[in-house]
Design a protein around this ligand. Sequence first.
Ligand SMILES: NC(=O)c1ccc[n+]([C@@H]2O[C@H](COP(=O)([O-])OP(=O)(O)OC[C@H]3O[C@@H](n4cnc5c(N)ncnc54)[C@H](OP(=O)(O)O)[C@@H]3O)[C@@H](O)[C@H]2O)c1
Length: 338
Amino acid sequence: MSNLNNRQWLFVKRPIGPVDESCFRRVEVGMPEIGVGQIILQNLYFSFDASMRTWMNEGPNYLEPVVLGQPMRSVTLAKIIKSRHPDFPVGEIVMGMNSWEDYSVSSGEGFCQLLPNIPDIPLSYFLGALGPTGYTAYFGMIDIGRPKTGEAVLVSGAAGAVGSIAGQIAKLYGCFVVGLAGSKEKCEWLVDECGYDLAINYKECDDLDGKLAGVFPNGIDIFFDNVGGATLDSALANIGNNARIISCGAISGYDAGENPSVPIKNHWMLLIREAKMQGFLVSSYMHRAVEAAEYLGTHISNGDIIFREHIEEGFDSAPSVLKMLYAGKNTGKLILKL
Ligand SMILES: NC(=O)c1ccc[n+]([C@@H]2O[C@H](COP(=O)([O-])OP(=O)(O)OC[C@H]3O[C@@H](n4cnc5c(N)ncnc54)[C@H](OP(=O)(O)O)[C@@H]3O)[C@@H](O)[C@H]2O)c1
């Protein structure tokens, strides 16, 4: 019987333009061994996050590029199956950054967080609404957006994992909230279930600048931007006085082989509207994770915030699942169950 029972997806080619299956190679290796102070994790779920495409590029980023020939990585939920570490007992579940493989070794340092066992909360929620995704929406909207009753809010990537929560938080603050999304079904979901006031299918809008001018006659007060590029430019053309632009992501550039900072024509509007544009990384807010978890947990339990998961299954499909994010094929937080 073969003892090569640890499947891995190696990262073997840096994509130029869209990522595809040829960037990865599946191999099988032996079970890892551990020393004192280490644990073996059995990965249960892989999280798929838009920024993963940027980790495949060389050049400056907030994380080191994935190394060619090494396994691809993502945030995972994993069970501790062997431990020589006093703080990480066998049977506990951890969230952390791990390789695309069945079994990973960790020393518990860095991003390797024990999860609470809360009955009635599906484990996968800790990757989504009650994890980095929800925290991103919360800190971006609350800390940078600072919404006030009656303000006009635009969210791009609105039907995605981060965007759908960001808009619902603004609704809880009494704002007028408009979303941009890439299909009729996504737009209907935003209005009918998430409580957005309006949703625009940007793929069927020839003149987004003009459309936004009609929807926001007094200008946009808060723009929660997940997309960047031309969408950001259209929003800039329509910002109101003292607007806040939350630069959360720039997915329109990630898979296009372009630098995300594609030419922006309307940055002048920041000056004449005395507006602010601020980027942020959710990792910088982790010391306030309990605050976000309490806010999101309460509003999800009350039904004030709804959250959609898109769970695919099977280790072998990891590369094709990754592609879904950049084609808009996911409906909610994209997760792979191994
Ligand atoms: N700052 C932080 O710390 C932080 C943390 C987490 C995530 N983020 C950012 O948040 C954003 C959302 O990430 P997510 O993981 O929640 O993904 P997601 O929104 O669930 O999925 C990505 C969605 O983006 C849209 N999209 C894809 N390509 C696009 C394009 N070229 N133009 C416009 N829209 C496009 C698609 O929806 P449509 O069908 O609507 O096009 C797709 O479903 C990303 O930009 C990510 O980098 C930032």
